[in-house]
Write a protein that binds this ligand. Structure first.
Ligand SMILES: *[C@@H]1O[C@H](CO)[C@@H](O)[C@H](O)[C@H]1NC(C)=O
Ligand SMILES: *[C@@H]1O[C@H](CO)[C@@H](O)[C@H](O)[C@H]1NC(C)=O
Ligand SMILES: *[C@@H]1O[C@H](CO)[C@@H](O)[C@H](O)[C@H]1NC(C)=O
Ligand SMILES: *[C@@H]1O[C@H](CO)[C@@H](O)[C@H](O)[C@H]1NC(C)=O
Ligand SMILES: *[C@@H]1O[C@H](CO)[C@@H](O)[C@H](O)[C@H]1NC(C)=O
Ligand SMILES: *[C@@H]1O[C@H](CO)[C@@H](O)[C@H](O)[C@H]1NC(C)=O
Length: 442
């Protein structure tokens, strides 16, 4: 909430309606009064995102992808701001709103962010199955604001890494409760029944949550583009690969059992495994085949609707010259689009692309051009998400790849993002002959 914004609450009784009608009365700094009532049918209209073989489209028929008429394929520009929940939970809701508004102003339609924080300060999940209701409402706010700004969210459900708890926190919780988590050559997170139960309980709490700001259940919320099972799953060795695959099958099916309206993706970095020897040459190094993930096998899982891939040439081949990195990136993207097109028959999103200290923005431009080319040919490569955008005053969330919106140093990068958003949106609009929707941010 911005300064000078007053919020009042009034409880009303709506007969037998399940909504405890909470009336928010907002008087903003322009002295206009806006009333928003947490009633689902008063939220801005938005369609659900569906897939049809290798394409995304937006469904006008409220959630049932089977009922939709053939709409034009969706190619999109997106971004990451992993910190939205963190900011929302630490009194910086104005930063959340600002980031979502700025993203939309740059024509970007989808933001990928964390829907988890496990253990530690301001945790959403305090311990297995125990939630901080206040922080849950902070997540409600993120989703509500996304809808209000016409942005859709890819929500990731757990981290492989230890930032904000992640996989190591789940293992620790199990260890503390007496489970034997000692290594038997495979990652307990993907294998141990108790830890799997913790994860399922978490996912269920999220998906069945009713948003306190909007009154909409998360499972009915069109501003959610997709659920992502885990950010960057890796195991210590490829002996864990079968456990990771089994986990993906089990958990994607579990999500679908709770929520048939939303798409599901894994959250992979996209490395090829030993099962697809022909593709190993696209990996950034031999090590990539032995971290237990397998782009083709993992993404082919029936309940996985689209493939997800990351791209970090600066981290993966740090010693190569910039041109070499760009060349490598082209190969990486070509392989994944072609495999999604032919082997998987699903769309693919490059859900993290990061580059450091490159005033020429060559890597960003390279991947954007590849996506545009894919859109022109109506291929499976449907979008790229820059890692990661911030607004001013969010320094604690900075990393070596971060770009601060409005930061003069990055003007060219932002021009590129806007240009990419706009050329993809114009194409989308052209496909829908009679649309009245405006091309936002362009
Ligand atoms: C859509 O159709 C498929 C296959 O025909 C079916 O498996 C799926 O359950 C249907 N989805 C919904 C939401 O009815
Ligand atoms: C899916 O695409 C095919 C052609 O690629 C088209 O004939 C069909 O109508 C589409 N289905 C939906 C639900 O849009
Ligand atoms: C499990 O807990 C024990 C006892 O506190 C500790 O020594 C051990 O390092 C823990 N193992 C893991 C994998 O966290
Ligand atoms: C824990 O599991 C490991 C490997 O599976 C085994 O070697 C060890 O004996 C077990 N520890 C206990 C206390 O059961
Ligand atoms: C994911 O976890 C594994 C094992 O727990 C770890 O070795 C790996 O470094 C983590 N992934 C990434 C992307 O760092
Ligand atoms: C594990 O990876 C190595 C190469 O890193 C490969 O030689 C081996 O066949 C793989 N094992 C399995 C079970 O996939």
């Amino acid at each position: 909430m911005g300064p000078g914004r007053i919020q009042g609450r009034m409880y009303t009784l709506c007969g037998t309606l399940l909504l405890a009608g909470i009336l928010y009365l907002n008087i903003n700094s322009h002295n206009t009064i806006s009333i928003s009532i947490p009633i689902p049918w008063l939220q801005p209209k938005m369609g659900f995102v569906c897939t049809n073989v290798t394409h995304f489209f937006i469904n006008a028929d409220d959630g049932d992808c089977n009922k939709s008429s053939s709409a034009s394929s969706l190619y999109l520009n997106g971004w990451n701001s992993y910190w939205l929940l963190g900011a929302s939970a630490t009194g910086k809701k104005d930063k959340v709103s600002k980031m979502l508004r700025r993203g939309r102003e740059m024509g970007m339609m989808v933001c990928r962010t964390w829907a988890f924080s496990d253990g530690g300060p301001n945790a959403l999940q305090i311990s297995p199955g125990r939630f901080n209701e206040k922080v849950f409402q902070d997540l409600d706010y993120v989703i509500y604001e996304a809808r209000r700004n016409g942005v859709r969210l890819i929500l990731s459900l757990v981290n492989n890494l230890s930032a904000l708890g992640g996989k190591p926190m789940y293992v620790k919780w199990a260890n503390v409760s007496g489970v034997n988590v000692s290594d038997s050559g495979s990652d307990p997170f993907f294998r141990d029944p108790t830890i799997k139960r913790y994860y399922r309980d978490y996912v269920k709490a999220i998906i069945t949550r009713r948003n306190r700001y909007s009154g909409v259940k998360y499972s009915d919320e069109p501003a959610i583009f997709a659920w992502e099972l885990i950010n960057e799953p890796r195991c210590d060795s490829n002996t864990s690969a079968p456990f990771l695959q089994t986990w993906i099958v089990e958990m994607s099916s579990f999500v679908k059992s709770l929520d048939k309206k939303h798409l599901v993706t894994v959250g992979l970095e996209g490395f090829y495994g030993p099962k697809t020897p022909k593709s190993l040459m696209a990996n950034p190094g031999d090590w990539a085949a032995s971290v237990g993930s397998d782009f083709i096998q993992n993404s082919a899982t029936q309940d996985i609707d689209f493939a997800s891939v990351h791209a970090y040439p600066d981290s993966w081949i740090p010693n190569a010259r910039l041109e070499k990195k760009a060349k490598y990136l082209k190969k990486w993207v070509d392989f994944h689009i072609s495999d999604s097109e032919q082997a998987l028959k699903k769309p693919v999103l490059f859900t993290e692309i990061g580059s450091t200290h490159d005033s020429s923005n060559l890597l960003i431009k390279t991947i954007y051009d590849k996506i545009y080319e894919s859109a022109q040919k109506e291929q499976a490569g449907a979008g790229a998400f820059i890692w990661q955008l911030m607004v001013e005053g969010m320094q604690e969330y900075r990393d070596e790849f971060s770009l601060v919106v409005n930061d003069r140093d990055n003007t060219n990068a932002f021009k590129l993002m806007i240009q990419q958003s706009c050329r993809l949106q114009y194409m989308f609009r052209k496909g829908k002959a009679n649309t009245s929707s405006s091309v936002l941010g362009c």
